[in-house]
Design a protein around this ligand. Structure first.
Ligand SMILES: NC(=O)c1ccc[n+]([C@@H]2O[C@H](COP(=O)([O-])OP(=O)(O)OC[C@H]3O[C@@H](n4cnc5c(N)ncnc54)[C@H](OP(=O)(O)O)[C@@H]3O)[C@@H](O)[C@H]2O)c1
Length: 277
């Protein structure tokens, strides 16, 4: 597995697994758990979840998938902005830990910015670090100005990642957020890297996919992973999708492929507001 350095020096897998829409329906639970376990066995040991997903259901699915192998996994979860006050963050984290069946979250993110001052949320994250319930913390859906504001609050530079929407169809971050982050050694965590599945059927990628004997989704994922400072977290329940995603790590796009993709999905020419799902 290729690894990406966090600012603290710890290495995490460049390719992980998402869990949005898991834990919403009991009839799908066994398949969801099996998919996450398969991904872990293939080396995709970073799992991204959130208190929001399935109203806690995705964290419960994650608990089942990591049971007996907690130490193999790098666990990411997120607190909602409505819980971002000092007391709210502590309570939300403790509830997530119970659902996840573990004593620590490896990386705890603010899901998106709300009204709570960043200094208060960061203070709570730091308190959770001192108590050992959280090992690292980070942001999600933060644009460049949000990251600058965050870096200016006390302990704000302890941020370990910013999880944002990034895929061939949504390249706005390449204009400013990506250079800003890479200059500071802060990896971006690309969510929806196959654009919620739509890039899997995108005809603009078909010719390149044929040349590589790969699926369009695999090309899209390999493209997101071409940056050294990007961690991608596709979500897949279909076992074939899980295997296909793992194979993206071994696929190298050459200059001609990248130029063709730039023509089909042009990079940004000016600042675009951060896109969010
Ligand atoms: N921080 C945030 O605000 C935020 C927002 C959105 C997402 N996220 C995180 O990022 C993760 C990934 O994003 P996402 O779930 O929105 O979208 P995604 O990973 O881009 O796409 C997931 C969809 O694509 C399908 N898929 C996966 N691999 C495929 C492949 N190789 N070929 C064809 N189809 C494939 C999946 O189908 P099957 O499941 O049927 O296999 C699923 O329907 C989420 O699960 C969540 O953990 C975070």
């Amino acid at each position: 597995m290729r690894m990406v350095d966090l600012p603290c020096g710890e290495k995490v897998p460049a390719l992980g697994q998402g869990t949005w829409h898991m834990g919403e329906d009991r009839r799908r639970r066994a398949n969801e758990v099996a998919a996450l376990k398969l991904g872990i066995d293939l080396g995709m040991t970073l799992i991204d979840t959130a208190e929001m997903y399935g109203s806690g259901g995705a964290e419960e699915v994650t608990r089942e998938a990591i049971a007996g192998q907690r130490d193999r996994v790098f666990l990411v979860s997120k607190v909602l902005p409505s819980n971002a006050s000092h007391g709210g963050v502590i309570r939300a984290c403790e509830a997530s830990l119970r659902r996840l069946g573990t004593d620590r979250i490896d990386l705890y993110l603010l899901h998106w910015r709300g009204r709570t001052p960043l200094a208060e949320t960061v203070g709570a994250f730091e308190a959770l670090k001192r108590s050992g319930k959280v090992r690292h913390w980070g942001a999600s859906n933060f644009d460049t100005d949000d990251m600058e504001e965050l870096a200016a609050v006390e302990s704000g530079t302890a941020v370990q990642t910013n999880q944002i929407l990034y895929n061939l169809s949504c390249r706005g971050v390449e204009y400013d957020l990506m250079p800003w982050s890479s200059q500071r050694g802060i990896p971006l965590m690309a969510y929806s890297p196959v654009n919620q599945g739509s890039l899997g059927g995108d005809r603009k990628i078909e010719a390149i996919a044929r040349r590589h004997g790969a699926t369009p989704a695999r090309i899209a994922l390999a493209w997101a992973l071409r940056h050294k400072g990007v961690i991608a977290i596709p979500k897949a329940v279909e076992p074939d999708h899980v295997r296909d995603n793992r194979a993206a790590l071994d696929l190298e796009l050459d200059e001609a492929d990248l130029a063709e993709l730039d023509r089909a999905f042009p990079p940004p020419r000016r600042k675009e507001p951060l896109a969010m799902i």
